[in-house]
Design a protein around this ligand. Structure first.
Ligand code: AMP
Length: 119
């Protein structure tokens, strides 16, 4: 998949579109999902141009990977999800149902999340 520089998350990174930011640093951005599927629904993204999970872990530098993984933990702590639990989802491609072609993880919590997949 070629990276689409005009995708919505690229615009959020460039601040062309506003987002409700949870935490941000040089490499990492987290914001609330506009269409929440749980009481708490955060998105976490690297600021680099990666299409999905595989692309990110294949091409990103160690610094980007470390910043991303640390960023996820910072968000989990900020949202106070450690004790109560949470689910992290990465959709990829057509079969994964990915809508936005910039790598992101969904962090869902605040209530019991339903079945892992639709049966
Ligand atoms: P996915 O299906 O994994 O690609 O998920 C994309 C997610 O991005 C969906 O849950 C959308 O609700 C969310 N989304 C799309 N546009 C925005 C936006 N402008 N701000 C926040 N979340 C968004």
């Amino acid at each position: 998949m070629n990276y689409d520089y005009n995708n919505i998350f690229a615009k959020i990174i460039k601040k062309d579109i506003k987002a409700n930011v949870i935490f941000e640093d040089e490499y990492f951005l987290s914001f609330y999902d506009i269409n929440p599927k749980a009481k708490i629904h955060a998105l976490v993204i690297p600021k680099g141009c990666y299409t999905d999970y595989f692309d990110f872990y294949k091409r990103a530098s160690n610094i980007e990977i470390l910043a991303f993984n640390k960023g996820v933990n910072i968000v989990l702590e900020k949202l106070e999800l450690i004790k109560s639990g949470y689910r992290i989802i990465a959709n990829s491609g057509v079969n994964g149902g990915q809508e936005v072609p910039h790598f992101h993880l969904h962090i869902l919590g605040g209530n019991k999340i339903g079945a892992m997949v639709n049966q």
